[in-house]
Design a protein around this ligand. Structure first.
Ligand code: PDD
Length: 279
């Protein structure tokens, strides 16, 4: 089966899918999205992703195209058509298409786009990262499709020969351009709080639950850059990457420059969870 796209009910191969140039997603980044990993033909945490989609929609006063249970059913039916057991499922909702004016006309039909694309590589064994100033807007809890700061940060990382960029503000580490950030020091796991300056990652939440189950010492709160620089271990989490060690930050090794044991266990626990819930 090819990689498939869905646009307001029409399923086609990805390269045949079309939306209007008047779509407000194209014109204004007026939309929201979710990225969900699948394994063994099953979604990983689809319900949590859709619940976050609804929260993002509320933050932007954006109508979802259908009630959440129906959206879940449509997502599952569409994914089943692809028959790709290891995939990245992408779902985007925009406010719809209309002649370009900042204010949207009332009663616009939202545009629902979904794609399923095959995963061809296992998650990376290790990443390096640079830090960049946080130049994003104040609604980072909303999974908006307005991702230009993330794109520019990733370009900066690429230019620096690193894999990821991590946003820093007021001396605090916030999150990666497309993932959440954790540091481990003296046996304590640190990660920033969901205070609006970061996205409440679904993977982050799962990893925190697993750390709690293991009785790990966890501090959710401000994460000083100095702490990250002097950490024994660091790692990032996302639906696409799962759990990936950060072995260097701004060109300096994190700890001994190798993936550490706390990170390794978090990654194993997360993959155990994936296998359990998608079996
Ligand atoms: N990004 N922080 C940001 C800014 C993100 O864009 C993402 C996800 C995360 C991790 O969230 P989750 O664990 O729910 O995937 C954190 C997706 C993968 C993307 O933009 O491709």
């Amino acid at each position: 089966m090819p990689e498939l796209a869905y646009v307001n009910g029409l399923v086609t191969p990805v390269d045949e899918a079309r939306v209007s140039i008047e779509d407000r997603g194209f014109q204004f980044s007026d939309g929201i999205y979710e990225v969900v990993r699948t394994h063994n033909g099953g979604f990983i945490d689809l319900e949590r992703h859709l619940a976050r989609l609804e929260r993002s929609a509320t933050m932007l006063d954006l109508a979802l195209p259908m009630p959440l249970p129906e959206l879940e059913r449509v997502s599952r039916e569409f994914y089943a058509q692809s028959a790709l057991p290891e995939a990245i499922f992408y779902l985007q909702v925009t406010r719809g298409a209309a002649p370009r004016r900042h204010t949207a006309p009332p009663g616009l039909t939202p545009t629902l786009v979904m794609t399923v694309r095959a995963i061809t590589q296992p998650p990376p064994e290790r990443y390096t990262a640079i830090t960049v100033p946080n130049n994003r807007w104040k609604l980072c809890a909303c999974k908006s499709i307005g991702l230009l700061p993330a794109v520019l940060a990733k370009h900066a990382a690429l230019r620096a020969g690193a894999d990821e960029a991590v946003f820093v503000e007021d001396g605090l580490v916030l999150e990666g351009a497309s993932d959440n950030f954790f540091a481990v020091k003296d046996g304590v796991v640190y990660t920033p709080d969901t205070d609006g300056r970061i996205l409440a990652g679904v993977t982050r939440e799962r990893v925190l639950e697993q750390l709690a189950e293991r009785g790990a010492r966890v501090e959710v709160g401000p994460l000083p850059l100095e702490l990250a620089r002097s950490a024994d271990e660091a790692f990032i989490t996302s639906s696409v990457l799962t759990v990936v060690p950060i072995v260097a930050l701004d060109g300096r090794p994190v700890g001994d420059g190798r993936p550490g044991p706390v990170t390794g266990r978090a990654r194993e626990d997360y993959w155990d969870f994936i296998r359990r819930t998608t079996a």
